[in-house]
Design a protein around this ligand. Structure first.
Ligand code: NAD
Length: 504
């Protein structure tokens, strides 16, 4: 008998919307077509959920909330550990599913899926260590604080790391005692459905995890649903503005993990080969489709020419191909429109005077991949701060390199624009690294490395890159509210309106 993931891998098996522990047909027949980016062919379809479907999924999350939130933390943690175990047993099929729908290489997805259980294990662990405080107050009072979950929460996720980004949110939300309704990206909605089914296999109660598939209107319906008490979005900055406004109108809390334009600063004292390898990873892993993609490379003048030459040579050697082939180093981008956006940036860079040093050849893939959304790693040198490639998020494998002379100039160039997400700084001088890291805008700074992500390492941006945190205690506490209990310990009582003396 095929496993659930094997079933989801069979093309054209629209299983429905997942809520209350089972798949249900949608209330209308409209479907979202999910493509295989490597072939440019249709892979499967999922329902385009309506408000009516969303209301049913939220009702399932509401029905599950009282029991899940009142479980003892030890028992909830045991559920999460079992969930982690079931995911671990399914890593290789999950990786195939991710690679099929996103086009990312199987090598990348095997590595990424291998770490997914750690998010559940980490949050299952730290949730046991949540402690309130107690204080003695003036007048003989004692206060206590307790943490409480928020209720059913909405998790809106993008397509670039469909399982990883979901799990960063889901593990924290569940460990805190919330129930969830997930709205995955319309471009890659299949693996989040698999995650919900694996939770059921692991014995999580029905209704704790629910998934509604659809596009922005399904997401908006979820954000508007009455019993949603927190919205956690990872997506583009413009989507963030809309969703945060909706949360603001409803006075519910939200986390916004949004776009970026990550600067990579390579100082003249950096270890060059390490920095070249780091920039290649920063820029081209996931075909450049990560929020912290190193896309604005700033290199100190003394090493600029040598660095550009080495980087371009290595980039031109990156092997594009079938994502399922273990020797493939880079897959396609997610969609035809993403490919066109990348090509538009290339044309703009050429017209604005950038010097193309890598990616001039066509991807040259034949056979079933001839119509895939492939573009070679593309690098422009001598890009100026007013060029579009320097300022705007490409979300694809097209990057810029710009020289700088002094630290002050590097800081100024790195801080162009309004994003503030990831930054990496390459220097052997640790004091210099710290000095720069204090002055460059960003939520996550890597010194001599790039894009390291771990459940213990807090993640999140500032300004146009959003607010709120994933990972670490901050993420767990974000999914909780603190209740204060004030206990009177003095005998008798104070009667203010009969001349009592105590106020406050
Ligand atoms: P997107 O904004 O198009 O979509 C994100 C999710 O929001 C999807 O599920 C989408 O259907 C939903 N959505 C869109 N409009 C909505 C609306 N009005 N109301 C409710 N839901 C709505 O983003 P994407 O193209 O899927 O992902 C790429 C973007 O995500 C990039 O900008 C990237 O930088 C960002 N991203 C950020 C992080 C981070 O950690 N900061 C991580 C990954 C991706």
């Amino acid at each position: 008998m095929p496993t659930i993931i094997e079933e989801l891998l069979i093309p054209e098996t629209n299983k429905g919307i997942f809520y209350g522990g089972a798949f249900h047909p949608a209330s209308r027949s409209d479907e979202i077509i999910v493509m295989n980016p490597a072939t440019g062919k249709r892979f499967t379809t999922v329902p385009d959920a309506t408000t009516e479907d969303v209301v049913k999924a939220v009702a399932a999350a509401s029905a599950a909330f009282p029991a899940w939130s009142s479980l003892d933390a030890f028992d909830r943690s045991k559920h999460l550990l079992k969930f982690a175990e079931v995911i671990r047993e399914n890593i290789s099929s999950l990786a195939i599913l991710e690679a099929t729908v996103t086009g990312r290489s199987l090598r990348e997805m095997n590595a990424q899926m291998g770490r997914i259980p750690e998010w559940l294990e980490y949050f299952a662990g730290i949730a046991l260590g949540l402690e309130g405080e107690s204080n003695q107050l003036k007048g003989g009072y004692v206060t206590l604080t307790h943490y409480e979950p928020l209720g059913p929460v909405a998790l809106l996720t993008p397509w670039n790391h469909p399982v990883l980004i979901l799990m960063k949110k889901l593990a924290a939300a569940l460990a805190a005692g919330n129930t969830c309704v997930i709205k995955p990206s319309e471009l890659a909605p299949v693996s989040p459905l698999a995650i919900a089914v694996l939770a059921k296999v692991a014995g999580l109660p029905d209704g704790v995890i629910n998934v509604v598939t659809g596009g922005p209107s399904t997401g908006a319906a979820l954000c508007a649903a009455d019993d949603i008490h927190y919205i956690d979005l990872t997506g583009g900055t413009e989507t963030g503005r809309k969703v945060a406004s909706q949360a603001g109108q409803r006075l519910i809390r939200s986390t916004m993990e949004l776009g970026g334009k990550t600067p990579v600063i390579v100082c003249d004292d950096a270890e060059i080969d390490a920095a070249v390898a780091g920039v290649l990873f920063a820029a081209f892993v996931a075909s450049g489709q990560t929020c912290v993609a190193g896309s604005r490379i700033l290199v100190q003048s003394q090493i600029y020419d040598a660095f550009v030459e080495k980087l371009a040579k290595r980039a031109d050697l990156i092997k594009l191909g079938d994502p399922m082939d273990p020797s493939t180093q880079m897959g396609p981008v997610i969609s035809q429109s993403a490919l066109e956006r990348c090509k538009h940036f290339v044309e703009m860079a050429l017209s604005e005077g950038g010097r193309q040093v890598a990616g001039t050849k066509s991807p040259d893939l034949g056979g079933p991949f001839a119509k895939g959304y492939y573009i070679r790693p593309t690098i422009f040198a001598d890009v100026q701060p007013h060029h579009s490639l320097f300022k705007d998020e490409v979300f694809g494998p097209v990057i810029s390199i710009t020289p700088f002379d002094t630290e002050e100039e590097a800081i100024e160039l790195a801080n162009v624009g309004d994003f503030g997400l990831g930054v990496s700084i390459w220097s052997r001088d640790i004091a210099r690294g710290h000095r720069l890291s204090r002055k460059i805008r960003g939520g996550i700074i890597w010194l001599n490395d790039h894009h390291r992500n771990d459940p213990r390492s807090v993640w999140g941006g500032v300004r146009d890159s959003g607010f709120g945190k994933e990972n670490g205690w901050d993420a767990l506490r974000g999914y909780l509210t603190k209740k204060s209990i004030v206990v009177r310990t003095e005998p008798g009582f104070d009667d203010w309106f009969a001349g009592g003396s105590r106020y406050g």
